[in-house]
Design a binder for this molecule. Structure first.
Ligand code: CU
Length: 311
């Protein structure tokens, strides 16, 4: 399901990573977005192998059986978000289209030894649009900028709860971008909005650029790998993880298929992913949020006005 407006933007967001130019990021920081400590990124600037020798891993994630029915989201408390959606919004944690499973984080788990890769200059973008995180699952390299964007112009709160990295929790009362980085690899990090209990995203952090998220067609792409033997892991928020071994040779593309099934829903061990109640709506936080940002009874109207000032 796509929003009524920004349709093309949302379509693009279903791809593995969302890249925005660094120059835009700098603008976002200048506009007041928080940034992480300078000097945190390592100074590696070149690929640690001859890229002319690279090969690729591509593949597909499949699902066998019947996925759980999508859960309706009660978005009545945020009419401005609700009206952005063509159809009644749902939370679909096992997203299957024609047997293909989306929202699977696929990455190189083993095989790159101690190779140090340059941190991509582009940021990974997680948008808050229509009171949802778009995309639901994303990946980033350690120390790569992760931009959280509030496109709704109403109060959101971004609460990331990693185990290895430093957690963070900040409010975004208006349209704005906020940048963060994670210093250590960690799969996966849950991100929630404490204002809208149905909002849930996951961010995978790895120590190299070889990660991907399966889209609606179930496909993923790990291109330009050094030749070698690898363990590839596929992670899903309700179905757990799977590993496969693959050999990459120069100029070739190795094909990998991961298959999850409905039986895994009951038994999967999922790193970091605890379930949340899609109907939960924290009244205290909503109250505090409105109060803190002017005490206007018209929450949406107030924040829209503020966002106009910011832009
Ligand atoms: Cu929110």
């Amino acid at each position: 399901m796509y929003p009524k407006t920004m349709r093309t933007t949302t379509m693009r967001m279903t791809t593995a990573k969302i890249l925005i130019p660094a120059v835009l990021l700098m603008g976002a920081v200048a506009c007041g977005g928080d940034d992480t400590a300078p000097g945190a990124a390592p100074s590696v600037t070149e690929m640690p192998f001859d890229v002319a020798t690279a090969g690729n891993v591509r593949g597909m994630v499949m699902f066998e059986g019947t996925p759980p029915a999508p859960e309706p989201i009660d978005m009545a408390s945020e009419p401005d978000c609700l009206e952005r959606w063509d159809e009644a919004p749902v939370r679909e944690l096992v997203r299957v289209r024609g047997g293909h499973l989306a929202d699977v984080f696929v990455y190189v788990k083993e095989g790159l030894a101690d190779m140090q890769f340059p941190v991509p200059a582009e940021a990974t973008l997680v948008d808050q649009y229509g009171c949802k995180y778009l995309p639901h699952v994303s990946g980033v390299m350690a120390n790569q900028t992760l931009t959280f964007r509030n496109s709704d112009g109403l109060l959101h709160n971004v609460n990331a709860t990693p185990q290895v990295n430093r957690p963070f929790n900040f409010s975004q009362p208006v349209n704005m971008d906020t940048n963060r980085t994670f210093a250590q690899p960690e799969v996966m990090i849950p991100v929630r909005c404490d204002v809208h209990g149905w909002m849930l995203a996951y961010v995978g952090v790895v120590g190299h650029p070889y990660h991907s998220v399966s889209g609606d067609g179930g496909g993923f792409d790990l291109s330009d790998l050094p030749p070698g033997d690898y363990v590839i892991e596929a992670w899903h928020s309700r179905l757990g993880t799977q590993e496969q071994r693959v050999t990459v040779t120069t100029g070739e593309t190795a094909e990998v298929t991961f298959t999850f099934n409905e039986g895994m829903l009951a038994t999967a061990q999922v790193p970091m992913a605890d379930p949340i109640d899609p109907h939960y709506h924290n009244p205290l936080l909503v109250h505090l949020g409105r109060h803190a940002h002017g005490g206007s009874g018209d929450h949406a109207g107030h924040t829209h006005a503020a966002s106009t000032d910011r832009r």
